[in-house]
Design a protein around this ligand. Structure first.
Ligand code: AG3
Length: 275
């Protein structure tokens, strides 16, 4: 019998993948966790029915969350990832030689545990000595941090369930306080086809707190609509003004210095959301 997994991305539309086998299913303290081996995208982490990452296309999201803010900052040494328990963003962060310490604050220890088990090419970096892993509430961690981080990345789930707080203006204000005076932050902000208001609202809130606020996009086939957005807030450094000599070679599959610039060129209907 053929088994298929469907994420209902909206009430009326979904994405479907043929299942080879289910590797793990569990209701954690925070969410339903499924690890599925799919025919097309390799192992896939699903939380509350939503695709979080797959072995085949994870590199796009993880590279674009990490490298855009890290190349924007001239010397990122102390970096925080909120969420991202699969370890993909941390793996990319560690490619920057300037980074001395990377802290991961993930609320759900089970995400870390099963990513290490079934997504080793993504989660392996969590064992690096520069990494500190905290199983804790990212919102609280931010509230308690002041003037410590150069770059903060918010690799959250959708603004339902455990991540609701991570899409509030209070959280962005906390991030600003947790950053040093020339800090940069980025958050994944969903897609312009099914959640346009979210993009507009986050942009409005971040703009009230950070002098430089911008939106960029990447193509991620397993996420709703395939066109994903990221909102960047920066105190001093403009991601569009990174000098050529700051880019250096890096082992990536999506991010390049041309993509860094091109990602900020928005289709008109997306640009209209953040006018
Ligand atoms: N975090 C953002 C995933 C959002 C996908 N949404 C959905 N499938 N409805 C991904 C975590 C990867 N490190």
């Amino acid at each position: 019998m053929e088994l298929w997994f469907t994420e209902k991305q909206t009430k009326n539309f979904g994405i479907t993948a043929k299942i080879k086998r289910t590797l793990h299913t569990e209701q954690t303290d925070f969410q339903k966790l499924d690890m599925i081996e799919t025919e097309e995208f390799g192992n896939m982490l699903v939380l509350d029915g939503m695709v979080m990452t797959t072995e085949k296309d994870e590199f796009v999201y993880h590279e674009m969350v990490a490298h855009v803010p890290l190349f924007t900052h001239p010397n990122p040494e102390n970096v925080l990832v909120v969420g991202g328990g699969d370890g993909g963003v941390i793996r990319e962060v560690l490619k920057h030689p300037s980074v001395k310490k990377a802290t991961l604050v993930e609320i759900d220890g089970k995400v870390i545990e099963y990513s290490k088990k079934f997504l080793p090419s993504i989660a392996g970096a969590l064992e690096d000595p520069r990494v500190e892993v905290k199983v804790d509430d990212g919102f609280m961690h931010i509230a308690e941090s002041e003037n410590v981080y150069d770059v903060i990345m918010v690799d959250s789930t959708e603004p339902v369930g455990p991540a609701v707080n991570l899409f509030t203006k209070g959280f962005y204000a906390g991030i600003s306080k947790a950053l040093k005076e020339d800090g940069v932050f980025v958050a994944q902000t969903d897609n312009p086809w099914f959640t346009p208001e979210l993009i507009t609202n986050v942009q409005r809130d971040v703009r009230e707190i950070f002098p430089i606020t911008r939106l960029y996009v990447a193509n991620i086939p397993t996420y709703p609509s395939g066109l994903w957005t990221f909102t960047i807030g920066s105190k001093k450094h403009d991601p569009l003004e990174v000098s050529e000599d700051r880019f250096h070679d890096m082992d990536t599959k999506y991010y390049t210095k041309d993509i860094h610039k091109a990602a900020f060129a928005l289709p008109k209907f997306v640009a209209d959301l953040v006018k």
